[in-house]
Write a protein that binds this ligand. Sequence first.
Ligand SMILES: [Zn+2]
Ligand SMILES: [Zn+2]
Length: 346
Amino acid sequence: MDSTMKAVVKSRPEFGAELQEVPVPDPAPGQVLVKIQQTSICGSDYHIYKWNKWAENNVEIPQIMGHEMAGEVVALGCGVSSVSAGDFVSAETHIPCGHCYQCKTGLQHICVNMKILGVHTDGVFADYAVIEEVDVWKNDPAIPAKFASIQEPLGNAIDTIRAGEVAAKNILITGAGPAGLLSIPVAKAFGAANIIVSEPNDYRRELAEEVGADFVVNPLEDDLEAIVEEVTDGTGVDFVAEMSGVEAAINQGLRQITPGGTIALLGVPDDPVRLNLTDDLIFKGINMIGVTGREMFQTWYIARRLLKEKKIDIAPIITHEFPLEDFAKGMELMQSGNCGKIVLNP
Ligand SMILES: [Zn+2]
Ligand SMILES: [Zn+2]
């Protein structure tokens, strides 16, 4: 086996990253070594790349970037029993401690000692990566390999849409970045009545329409409130999936919800946001739900069923594919917003 490998390393506390030749890691007890076949860029990778405040507070450099992956298990650490060499796997990216209050009560995904692959540990933008056995997900052979690394962000979308119990309801998705886009076919599969998507980027609005949004709105030009009123017969939407992390979008979303409705927030704002809690939340009896990552492993089973039974088609959302060496091209596209999901292959 190779002794060194190429890896995209966040090496300096500034914009950018570099391709380096580094040693192939050894799997410690309870870990497996995976030869990476597919990775994809997440919003958080872009935050680390551009080095925002969140990255500064969470990432210790130097570190290999990336967390969304699929690949083949090539070596096992001591004591690993549930995985075999040759398995085609993806990774859950939350690394739970296994012994805190949350872990012990079925809430591993919000473990208080949580580490995240590619944020707190070396990631997967490389030829090889070590994955904790607890995080290994054996891919269903019926699911096309090109979707394998996308299951992780798909889980974010599933968790967010699940929070709205959207069957036969009118919903608004604010932000059609990759997570917002993935939420559209999921909401359709879950039986949402009307899916309204609000997104300022033309490219992403077009994609949103292509993957099943019933109404797409440019919040900077169109009158979102008037459109919501028309679509919902004046009621307002039952549910908002907030995927943008933008203060104006969160406030605009809140104002479209019918009293008693729900907002689930997955988008991560860079700074504290100002909300009109009195008018837009308290007096309307709104449920506000924070979503982080994805429930382990309910969302993976749901993703498997949706993909296997072809209840969703996420192919149009994978808009670009590059060799790993061209990661900077992918990051540029992320910055422009003119992309859906970007796949990088070592
Ligand atoms: Zn991700
Ligand atoms: Zn824990």
